[in-house]
Design a protein around this ligand. Structure first.
Ligand SMILES: *Cc1c(COP(=O)(O)O)cnc(C)c1O
Ligand code: SF4
Length: 389
C-alpha cells in the first residue's frame, strides 16, 4: 500500500523549503513514500526500494527511517540508477546481519561516561550528547544504538549534572556538542548551553557537530547565526559525504555561518558505493573548499553493528589520500582517521612518504623521501655542523 504524499512534490518549492520547521513537520518517515517519486522509477531503484521496505519492517524499531523533503530533493540518480545521496538513507537487508560486527558500541562511548550523556575519553575533551534526533537518519550512523529513539533522548535533569562535571574538571579544555544533532534543539536551548559553557573559565573551545548544513540548511537561520556570533569564537564541524550534497542552500548556510564568525570544518565517512573513489573525494574536497569549508577528517567507517556493508578496506582511504596530495590545495586535504575499537581514541593513518633513514659516505644521517609524484629526495637529518657539537 502506497500512501499519497503530496508534500513530496511541492509546487511552490522555494516558499515551502525555506522554513526549517516545515521541513521537520513534513519529514518523510515511510520507505514506501519513495516508490512513487518520479525520479526513482528506474527499475534498479524500484527493486532496491522494495528491499528497503522489507528490511525496514524489522529495522524501524531499532533505527528509524526519516529524511527531510529538502534532502529528498538532492536525490538524483544517474542512468544506472546510482545516487550517492539515496545510498546514505535507504535501509538495507545487510543491516540485519549481525554476524560480522555484533557490537552496537565498539568505541565504548557508553563505558567512558562519567555522567549520563557525556563521554570523557581524551583527558582534555568531552563529547556531550545533547539530542538523539536528526533531520535525516543516516544508515551508517555510528550511534545507531541510541540515535532516533525518543525514549533514550537526553533528559533536562542531565544537563545540570553535565555542566557541573565540566565546571569541576579543570583539565577539560574543549566541549563538543554532539548527538544526534544539537541543532534539533531550539535556539533558546542552544543559547543557554553556549552561555553556560562560555562562563566556565577553563573551556577554551566549543565545537558543534551537526549535519544540518547537509540535511536541513534552512536551520541556519539569521536568529541562530546571531546567537552563534554572540558566542564567538565557535567551531562548527559538519558532515558532507559527497559533492552532490552541496547545493545552493548548503552554500548559503555555510556563508551565513562564516559571516557570523564561525569556523566551519567538515568530517566525512568513507562509504562503499557513496564516496569510495578518488574522483568522489576530489569532487568533495574541492566543492567544500569552494563553499568555504575546511575538510578536517575522513573517517574509516567504524565496526558498528548494522553498518558493515558500508565498509571498505582500510587501505582504500590511504590510497585515495595519496592520490590527492600534491594535486590539490593542501588546505583541502582531510586527515584519514581510524577510531580504535574498544575506546582507544582516534589515530591518523596516512600515506608515508619516508622511504629510508640512512647514513651517507661522510657519516651524515639523512632521510630519503618520495614526493607526491614518486620522485625521491634526500634530506639532511641533522643541523649543519652537528658533527662538531
Ligand atoms: C572524536 C572524538 C573527540 C574529538 O576528537 P578530535 O580529534 O579532537 O576531533 C572527542 N571525544 C571523543 C569521545 C571522540 O570520539
Ligand atoms: S546526522 Fe549524525 S547522528 Fe544523526 S543519523 Fe546522521 S550520522 Fe547519525
Amino acid at each position: 500500500m502506497v500512501r499519497a504524499v503530496k508534500h513530496l512534490f511541492p509546487t511552490k518549492a522555494d516558499e515551502i523549503h525555506a522554513d526549517w520547521q516545515w521541513q521537520l513537520r513534513h519529514q518523510i518517515r515511510e520507505t514506501s513514500s519513495l516508490l512513487e517519486h518520479p525520479r526513482l522509477q528506474h527499475a534498479r531503484i524500484q527493486q532496491r526500494l522494495r528491499l528497503a521496505l522489507e528490511a525496514d519492517r524489522s529495522l524501524a524499531r531499532s533505527f528509524r527511517f526519516a529524511l527531510t523533503p529538502y534532502y529528498l530533493s538532492l536525490i538524483n540518480p544517474d542512468e544506472n540508477g546510482h545516487c550517492p545521496v539515496l545510498e546514505q538513507i535507504l535501509p538495507a537487508p545487510d543491516e540485519l546481519d549481525a554476524s560480522i560486527y555484533a557490537d552496537p558500541d565498539p568505541l565504548a562511548e557508553e563505558r567512558h561516561m562519567p555522567v549520563r550523556g557525556l563521554t570523557h575519553r581524551y583527558p582534555d575533551r568531552v563529547l556531550w550528547y545533547t539530542s538523539h534526533h536528526c533531520a535525516v537518519y543516516c544508515r551508517f550512523c555510528l550511534r545507531k544504538r541510541k540515535v532516533s529513539h525518543a525514549d533514550s533522548a537526553p533528559r533536562k535533569s542531565e544537563q545540570s549534572a553535565i555542566l557541573e562535571y565540566i565546571a569541576s574538571h579543570t583539565e577539560i579544555k574543549e566541549v563538543i556538542l554532539s548527538g544526534g544533532d544539537p541543532l534539533t534543539l531550539t535556539d533558546a536551548q542552544i543559547g543557554v548551553m553556549l552561555a553556560e559553557l562560555k562562563n566556565i573559565q577553563h573551556i577554551i573551545s566549543i565545537r558543534i557537530h551537526t549535519r544540518m548544513p547537509v540535511t536541513l540548511p534552512m536551520r541556519i537561520t539569521d536568529e541562530l547565526c546571531s546567537i552563534l556570533r554572540a558566542h564567538y569564537p565557535l567551531t562548527l564541524v559538519t558532515h558532507f559525504n559527497h559533492a552532490a550534497e552541496v547545493g545552493p542552500q548548503a552554500f548559503d548556510s555555510v556563508r551565513r555561518l562564516r559571516m557570523a564568525g564561525v569556523l566551519v570544518l567538515n568530517q566525512s565517512v568513507l562509504l562503499r558505493n557513496v564516496n569510495d573513489t578518488v574522483q568522489d573525494q576530489e569532487d568533495l574536497i574541492l566543492t567544500l573548499l569552494r563553499a568555504g569549508i575546511k575538510p578536517y577528517y575522513l573517517h574509516r567507517c567504524d565496526e558498528v553493528r548494522g553498518v558493515a556493508h558500508f565498509r571498505v578496506p582500510i587501505e582504500t582511504g590511504r590510497n585515495i589520500l595519496r592520490e590527492l596530495r600534491g594535486r590539490n590545495p593542501g588546505i583541502a586535504l582531510p586527515r584519514y582517521m581510524i577510531d580504535l575499537p574498544g575506546g582507544g581514541g582516534k589515530v591518523p593513518y596516512e600515506p608515508d612518504y619516508l622511504q629510508e633513514i640512512g647514513t651517507d659516505a661522510e657519516g651524515h644521517s639523512y632521510y630519503r623521501f618520495q614526493n607526491a609524484f614518486n620522485t625521491e629526495y634526500r634530506v639532511r637529518a641533522d643541523r649543519p655542523h652537528s658533527d662538531v657539537d
